[in-house]
Design a protein around this ligand. Sequence first.
Ligand code: F6P
Length: 348
Amino acid sequence: MASQTNGTIAILTGGGDCPGLNAVIRAVVRRAEQLGYSVLGIKNGWLGLVKGLAEPLDLPSVSGILPRGGTILGTSRTNPLKAEEDKKKVFENMKSLKIDYLVAVGGDDTLGVARALAADGLKVVGVPKTIDNDILGTDQTFGFDTAVQIVTEAIDRLHTTAESHQRVMVVEVMGRHTGWIATIGGLAGGADCILIPERPLTIEEICAILKRRHQRGRLFSIVVVAEGFKLAGSDELMVKDQKLDAFGHVQLGGIGDKVAQGIERLTGYETRVTVLGHVQRGGTPTAYDRVLGTRYGVKAVDLIHQGRTGMMVRLEGNRITEIPLSKAMTELKYVDEEWIKTAEIFYG
Ligand code: F6P
């Protein structure tokens, strides 16, 4: 083991948890030890830096965590940019905890904060995480593959009961702004209609797809709907709770019920709704997410070692590369036309 002379790297995990976070933490600690850095784990995302909550991480503390879901560091949706006082505390705590570099693991909100603080001088590298897979700067975020696997398994199970009862099964999946989980999970599960924020449809169009399927003798159907889907012509986002979190997001939920009611009303087909919810984010990561998280963690430390902070690690094809945080976080990555057209081939 190298002696710890190169400084201290802190790591935090922010936003919604997702499978693969522990793979990143383990990889950061392993690579940092090798290159001669100490590592501090910040508790509960940006909140930990505002409050100065940290614990040393070493090889024993990350042993055995690779297959575990969630994050051993905890997470929160705290936004330290909301109050000038909190932002000041982040810099003060970086100093008092003797942190030289930070690895921020998160989605658009957490990395948006990282980008802003990098512009103010924080030496930070970002690691893109979200089951939603909607970060523009990378071909894939870790956690997404696991979520898709869970959705696929759920659709497989729903197929058998849908067929037995000749019902329509509406499956509501996560995807606040984009329909990646619905599209790829729906394709893998053989969904008969996939509803995503990028492609609003009217309830009549949805029912026409299902009727077409009935006409060719298939008396059951699977409809996958992303939680952020809106019916065409309606501006109504279905929400469970109007309360805003620190990043201005409401809690979504209910579009599955709305679509199901519309289907029953217009077709008379018996319809049931399954909301997969946080099951999509829980439990052990797939092999793919463990490896992607591991590669991201190693690369984040390598960038720090090369003095290249202000970057986000990313997947580009099959290679792990980097992109400036300022370019990676300009907008969301939406499901493009090519994916939508492929999915539509299998509708009805
Ligand atoms: O951003 C990831 C995500 O899982 C979204 O798909 C979902 O809308 C949201 O988080 C749920 O957030 P929470 O865990 O706070 O309910």
